[in-house]
Design a protein around this ligand. Structure first.
Ligand code: IMP
Ligand code: MG
Length: 190
């Protein structure tokens, strides 16, 4: 007989990794709380509208799934995929579109969901791409934003946490495709 899967509260805040290259940074409890707060604001801002959440793969897959489940609106969901980092910690400075959008953007309210805004290059690229299709509105929602780094000429309206310029992993964010499945966010030691 398989054992019944019981959730134990004592493990709630325990580090969900045992890896000496990682340093605990944002607990899963804090992330969950913040995602709910963001969803509440979005519920209010998009009342009586049906926004399309567009997740930027791969990094946003966990964030967008928690976010849309916390939102109490009719929503549509699509994804696009970009690549700019490869397996490096530093942006190549070149954004490539690896998966196009499948939804009709024209006249719709679009919310781009990102894991992290670092240089802002990806966000700029996506903004230009989406605006070509004439949405009714376009906003960005990112879980993390690196302080003072992005030289953006537009606002990122919904920001989970502003963080220092450190390379972080977990909750969808990777280093060389690893660590995406951590429940919390950790700093990758240099
Ligand atoms: P950009 O520099 O704002 O264009 O960031 C592009 C992408 O790089 C993000 O969507 C992430 O996938 C990745 N990235 C940037 N900073 C980090 C980090 O600290 N950890 C993991 N991935 C990152
Ligand atoms: Mg990445």
């Amino acid at each position: 007989m398989p054992k019944v899967n019981t959730l134990r509260s004592k493990s709630k805040n325990k580090k969900d990794f045992n890896n000496k290259n990682l340093k605990a940074f944002i607990t899963s409890a804090r992330i969950i709380k913040r995602v709910k707060q963001l969803a509440k604001v979005i519920n209010k801002d998009y009342k009586n509208r049906v926004p399309i959440f567009i997740g930027v793969l791969n990094g946003s897959f966990i964030f967008i799934s928690d976010l849309v489940r916390a939102v109490k609106l009719d929503v549509e969901i699509d994804f696009l995929k970009l690549s700019s980092y490869g397996d490096s910690k530093i942006s190549s400075g070149e954004v490539k579109l690896l998966k196009e959008l499948n939804c009709q953007i024209e006249g719709r309210d679009i919310i781009i969901v990102e894991d992290i805004v670092d240089s802002g290059l990806s966000a700029k690229y996506i903004r230009n791409l989406v605006l070509q299709h004439r949405p009714n509105s376009l906003e960005f929602c990112t879980l993390l934003m690196k302080k003072g780094l992005s030289n953006l000429d537009f606002d990122i309206k919904y920001v989970g946490f502003e963080i220092e310029n450190k390379f972080v992993v977990g909750y969808g964010l990777d280093y060389a495709q690893k660590y995406r499945n951590l429940k919390s966010i950790a700093v990758l030691k240099p």
